[in-house]
Design a protein around this ligand. Sequence first.
Ligand SMILES: NC(=O)c1ccc[n+]([C@@H]2O[C@H](COP(=O)([O-])OP(=O)(O)OC[C@H]3O[C@@H](n4cnc5c(N)ncnc54)[C@H](OP(=O)(O)O)[C@@H]3O)[C@@H](O)[C@H]2O)c1
Ligand SMILES: [Zn+2]
Ligand SMILES: [Zn+2]
Length: 368
Amino acid sequence: MATTEVKPGKETVQPVTYTSKAFAAHSATSGLAPFTLQRRDPRPEDVQIEILFCGVCHSDLHQVRNEWSGVMPTVYPCVPGHEIVGRVTKVGSAVTKFKVGDLAAVGCLVDSDGTCPECNAGLEQFCQNITLTYNFPDKHLGGITYGGYSDSIVVKERFVLRVPGNLDLAGAAPLLCAGITTYSPMRHWGVTKGKKVGVVGLGGLGHMAVKFAHALGAHVVVFTTSPSKKEDARRLGADEVVISRNADEMNKHAGSFDFILDAVAAEHDINAYIQLLRRDGNITLVGAPDKPLPVAAFGLIFGRRSLSGSPIGGLPETQEMLDFCGQHNITADVEVIPIQKINEAYERLVKSDVKYRFSIDMASLRSE
Ligand SMILES: NC(=O)c1ccc[n+]([C@@H]2O[C@H](COP(=O)([O-])OP(=O)(O)OC[C@H]3O[C@@H](n4cnc5c(N)ncnc54)[C@H](OP(=O)(O)O)[C@@H]3O)[C@@H](O)[C@H]2O)c1
Ligand SMILES: [Zn+2]
Ligand SMILES: [Zn+2]
């Protein structure tokens, strides 16, 4: 992390930067390979973090392969990663919440305008002027932002979270996206004791959803396409497990759910789940398949059911979720990998072959 002072030019003031090791994709088909990038030296309100672990979200894969080209086209080189946990190595003069040596975490957001009604309400995820952790215009250095598949990152203090000291760090990293993305809609839709809650897709997001719904006291039913995950689902907190390709098993639950969280990353039939909702029940999509999902109107009309989506969460709720995890000792079930195995991990992610989140040990970057 050598610091290079860039002398201010005559017209423009060049920011002071330092180099950071990373892994980047250079095209939709290149896979990821070693890459060196520039980070800004911390400004007064910035926190510099040495990244210890970074979770591997299916969104990283969608983005790297430009599968969301219609909504968020990928700019290459692309350094993904938005499930970041590490240790503070430097703080700017205006930073008050963090000091060198503290644990710190960063999720999907690294900036917003801080002034709009959404930001004032702590719902930064809905701000019209957000900066995502990667593949978003970088206000400081130009170009685009680079994510957590890297040894270090510099982030405005407002977007840095505190990590409860009792949590395993490799398992805590995925809380920053998989955790908040499932916790937030469950809180919004009132998942509590006595509610019947479905979780569709037992992947990174899905397995966190099961843990949260169980901890919130709900009766939890997991819908999976993978019979081999049945036992795990119960261990993670499911009261019942349904193999979703079995229509008879599905029909037994018709009209009975208060809330269903759909965390599937690929095309699938959501109508099969809409008809499982009771009157006024809600199904929320957090999974983001690249192709549109057809919806049968009558499934929603009969029963006044609703279909929603939900993106990540704001900063206060993300901290609340981390603190909740600290109290309940909740982390993701992770398979820790060195960064050199990332392309293999992506291939396995496509096949739903991960139990239940890859977490990259960034110490492995040092040998690059
Ligand atoms: N809304 C947000 O803010 C947000 C945040 C993060 C991620 N996401 C999105 O959420 C989705 C899930 O992410 P993830 O990291 O949890 O992915 P993941 O670990 O790959 O899990 C997805 C799960 O979906 C199920 N699945 C996969 N292919 C399927 C198919 N063809 N039909 C039915 N089920 C299938 C599998 O579960 P089973 O084996 O149990 O069937 C798989 O484990 C991705 O699209 C991601 O981009 C959204
Ligand atoms: Zn994510
Ligand atoms: Zn705002």
